[in-house]
Design a protein around this ligand. Sequence first.
Ligand code: PTT
Ligand code: SF4
Length: 601
Amino acid sequence: MWVDLSRQEWKTVKYPAEWALMYVGGRGLAARLLWEYMPVGADPLGPENLLIMAVGPLSGLPGPSTGKLQVAAKSPLTGGYGDGNVGTYMSIEMRKAGIDAIVFSGASRQPVTVVVEGNRVSFEPADDLWGLDTWTTEERLRKRYGRFAGIVEIGPAGENLVKFATIISQEGRSGGRPGIGAVMGSKKLKAVVVRGSSKADLYDERSYNSQAAKALVEIKGRPGYPFWMRQGTMATIDWAQETSVLPAYNFNEGVFDEFKGIDGFTMESMKIEQRGCPNCNMQCGNVVLDSTGVKSELDYENVALLGSNLGIGKLADVAFLNRLADQFGMDTESLGTTLSWAVEASQEGFLKGYGASLEWGDVKAFTELTKEIVNRSTLLGDLLAEASSGACRRAGGCELSMDVKGLGVSAYDCHAAPGMALSFATSPIGAHHKDAWVISWEVQHDRFSYGREKAAKVIELQRIRGMFESFTTCRLPWVEVGLSLDHYPLLLYYATGVKYTWDDLYAVADRTYALIRALWVREKGGWSRDYDMPPVKWFKKPLTKGPLAGAKLDYDKYNQLLDHYYELRGWDRNGVPTRDTLHRLGLDFVIPTLEKYVKLS
Ligand code: PTT
Ligand code: SF4
């Protein structure tokens, strides 16, 4: 579905069947659409950027945690490819409408809600919704379009082009960390509503349903399932503290004295509700009351980056900041890394011109600052709305900014985890853990090594995890309770009639990675391995607390690890896929463009 917001026109387009085979769907499809149809060097916040909402062949079907939607665009935060994964009924409704991707081009002059019903589109004025928070927006739209309509929206952060604004659904689901919500805001697109009227057409529906039922039963029977249902991702706080990877004080430390006040057991004692994405039998949205008595849905990343990393040891306070981020429609992780940068930068004297004097743990100051960021209402708020990576380019203090390619790092300290540092550094969207959460393997297997096997493990995880972005289903059934990966090729076969082995799927993942890398090279106008370096702090400033005090990364050894990674991927020593690799992956079509920017090996 192609929706031109400037002209308020729409059309349905059949894309080449070959693309479905080459990329499977979701992320891969989005990357190809951006490569083909986004003008080179597009302004991420200009009408020429494309906002893509895509499902994959398993999204929205009955089955293991399938209620996910991929949102992608050129990122205003990083200037490269950006995407995110949102749990939402929209995935189900898009399948019922027979739509694989909605591509939004142009920009509306007035705030608008795009409503897709079946295969028809209408453009509804959204002046009454503009300025409202995400919860109120969705509540109003649900009254109009029904409880189970597929709805995603932005809040004031997206409207005000905060560089880490996200797209929100169902109050606590958020996607698009690299500022995909700001892209939506730049198009004056307040919300999207989808209602499908038929049923996804499956190759062998009976076998699909039986395979899906087997997977669901297997999930519930896994030994880790009962504890997962108690704590979800929040169990990670205690583990991260034990292994010295819990970010504290802007990633200066990997342990936090007050971790018990924000851990999974404290969450359990406060839990009042459990919810999550549609089509999921391992609901992990744990809801507590925040310090003002309002509901807030917690996850590990949110709590570590808005808690220990800001020096806050009370879960109700963390829940409060988390809830603000959901309502304003901004990424909790970048809010955390930006506020923690602001504290350290102010203590180091970089923010004198901005009147900032910040202390760790000052919830009141962080609350005010969050509001100033969302509204860009003060000099400091406007600065921090650019995220730590953008703010430090104006104010100084980039050595304190914990980001890769502009995106703030997720909640794992890597002073003593070179493999995880590599995975942040080579993630296709910037420092997100989603593509390779190698850290749990790493702390069990020679965590201080920089050997080739570590680069290989990062790639193995990037392949598997990358495929979940293309199936566009949740990866947690596999990651967290150990659902067998064997279900997925079968589910794909019964859904589409196409037989893939996991080796075939690895090739799809490699192709998608190489295409995304090509997109980065094209949009940056060249490439250097400096883009694949983790934050400098992990090399320069050792940990001072905990059992690993004194640990830091080794620069030369990290470079060797990166060399192994490039070699195993078939990329040159600057991190650009070689001609042979591009040819092997069926990506010859990117070669003429890449030759304009780099010397291909
Ligand atoms: C994801 C990132 C994560 S990853 C978290 S907590 W995590 C943060 N959650 C936020 C939030 O909440 N509110 C908010 N305003 N901003 C937030 N930013 C952060 O966003 C999420 C789950 C989680 S919880 C994880 S690990 C898994 N992520 C998946 C993924 O990336 N791909 C995939 N195929 N399956 C996944 N399953 C899990 O989904 P981004 P969600 Mg998310 C309150 O958005 O941009 O991908 O960043 O999607 O529906 O909220 O589910 O300990
Ligand atoms: Fe959503 Fe959690 Fe279920 Fe994954 S496990 S689909 S994140 S509720």
